[in-house]
Design a binder for this molecule. Structure first.
Ligand SMILES: [Zn+2]
Length: 185
């Protein structure tokens, strides 16, 4: 599920047995090799195909672009704590000045003062703000994040994700995803 989202990898979107993506953040995709393995192990149904074919001495098949699990897996409610998801929660906006350029991560309570790397203490910050704040406490720097950092749920990220679709989405995936495709990535 850590396959690259480059089109050259012919990634397959992985749906749960209820035809919803197995996970949104990160989006559940498999490399084509894993998708085909799962087909042969009878763990998935093929929902959609790419035009692209692969063949060997014994078989020939079109690569699946969407597969669905045969057995329902209870989805996790808590999105993974990842860099992308922190940016998504903060809408790819510096939490000190609203800039969208040159984004980095800032520990609100600096690590040198015992601040943890958690949802509640990490925010998106542009590089100039990050430098300006340095290792000062937020009150001392007069820099409080616009929004108190929090642990988002899947719904929160989903709301924001509509505005920030991932870089690569195959046409055949669109029916299974919610975000608005008319918005430019
Ligand atoms: Zn800033």
């Amino acid at each position: 599920m850590t396959a690259t989202l480059s089109p050259g990898a012919w990634p397959a979107l992985v749906l749960n047995a209820d035809y919803r993506p197995l996970s949104y953040y990160p989006l559940s995709v498999w490399a084509w090799q894993d998708a085909i393995k799962a087909v042969f192990l009878d763990r998935v149904n093929i929902v959609e195909y790419y035009e692209r074919q692969v063949s060997s001495a014994t078989f020939q098949m079109r690569l699946p672009s969407v597969v669905s699990l045969k057995t329902f897996i209870r989805p996790s409610r808590q999105p993974a704590f990842t860099r992308f998801n922190v940016f998504l929660r903060d809408r790819f906006t510096c939490q000190y000045c609203d800039s969208r350029e040159d984004l980095t991560f800032d520990h609100v309570i600096p690590r040198s003062r015992g601040g943890q790397t958690t949802w509640e203490n990490v925010v998106a910050a542009c590089s100039p703000c990050n430098l300006r704040k340095g290792s000062q406490m937020p009150e001392a720097a007069h820099m409080l994040p616009r929004q108190k950092p929090y642990q988002p749920n899947v719904f929160d990220l989903h709301q924001n994700g509509r505005h920030f679709p991932p870089n690569y989405l195959h046409d055949s995936w669109m029916d299974y995803l919610y975000w608005d495709t008319e918005l430019d990535p």
